[in-house]
Write a protein that binds this ligand. Structure first.
Ligand SMILES: Nc1ncnc2c1ncn2[C@@H]1O[C@H](COP(=O)(O)OP(=O)(O)O)[C@@H](O)[C@H]1O
Ligand SMILES: [Mg+2]
Length: 264
């Protein structure tokens, strides 16, 4: 396992129409980290994530994944190393059946026969999709949440070292969201999760990065930033529900409040 599976230095990116999406990003993700990436709509989260597996190539600065700089000649290795689950599963699913979608990645890695079947089966079960029920379905006919899980199974089946998720809980119902949280919690790999679901961030990620207008404005302890209403407001974010509902404060309260109460 790499000590710093992802390292970004001075990365900036502007879209062809001139929109500046990222400005001078410095970022190290350590092995085993689970990091939340939060920020208002348009703050640059998806643009940043798309640099992790070379969907976008750095215009200036450097993105290093494992031992490889992200550049065209390394793309295959980079994509085996970093698995990215897109914000919109329709951008990810393109095969006639769910099974073909899930097996596509590992087949590309050279897996065949029983090994392929076992890996893909396991990935579908991990996201709560029964292979016998869903394998032959057409992904176009699935609900948003089901599609999202198929996309995730396809990425897990490739056994990446780093899992990058763009809004993983966005289309999920509460039970599926809970299952997702449990799955991510159990998964022993480095994870980076872009999300508007700040309760999920609080529950899963000890570290949070806040993006605002393409710049990192905070990189540190999740509880510290998510319990700071002024800072969140300044960057168009809202406190997690479990901090803003008084009756929940009894169990899950910001450290600052607990410390004040305990006289610490
Ligand atoms: N294909 C594109 N062409 C031009 N501008 C884009 C494109 N995609 C995103 N943007 C702009 O780049 C900025 C960052 O967008 P994005 O990374 O999608 O933010 P987020 O994922 O945080 O909502 C926004 O200002 C957005 O309007
Ligand atoms: Mg986005």
């Amino acid at each position: 396992m790499h000590h710093n599976p992802i390292s970004i230095k001075n990365l900036s990116y502007s879209y062809p129409d001139g929109t500046t999406a990222l400005q001078s990003i410095y970022l190290d993700i350590r092995a085993g980290d689970r990091v939340a990436l939060v920020g208002a709509n348009g703050s640059g989260k998806s643009t940043l994530l798309m640099h992790f597996n070379g969907i976008l190539l750095p215009q200036s600065g450097e993105v290093v994944v494992g031992d490889l700089s992200v550049e065209p000649r390394h793309l295959k290795a980079v994509r085996n190393f970093v698995g990215l689950v897109f914000q919109n599963p329709d951008d990810q699913l393109f095969m006639p059946t769910v099974w073909e979608d899930v097996t596509f990645g590992p087949m590309n890695q050279g897996l065949r026969g029983e090994a392929l079947r076992h890996r893909s089966h396991h990935a579908m079960e991990a996201v709560g999709l029964e292979p016998e029920l869903y394998g032959s379905r057409n992904a176009n006919n699935l609900s948003g949440g089901e599609k999202k899980r198929v996309a995730m199974a396809g990425v897990l089946a490739m056994q990446p070292q780093v899992l990058v998720l763009d809004e993983p809980s966005a289309q999920l119902d509460p039970r599926s969201r809970r299952q997702l949280i449990q799955l991510l919690h159990r998964l022993p790999i480095t994870q980076l999760i872009a999300t508007h679901d700040l309760d999920l961030a609080l529950e899963l990620c000890p570290r949070t990065i806040v993006l605002s207008h393409g710049q990192i404005v905070f990189d540190g302890i999740t509880e510290q930033v998510l319990s700071n209403p002024d800072f969140l407001d300044q960057h168009a974010l809202e406190m997690p529900l479990c901090y803003s509902r008084p009756y929940c404060l009894l169990e899950h309260q910001p450290r600052a409040i607990a410390a004040r109460r305990d006289g610490g």
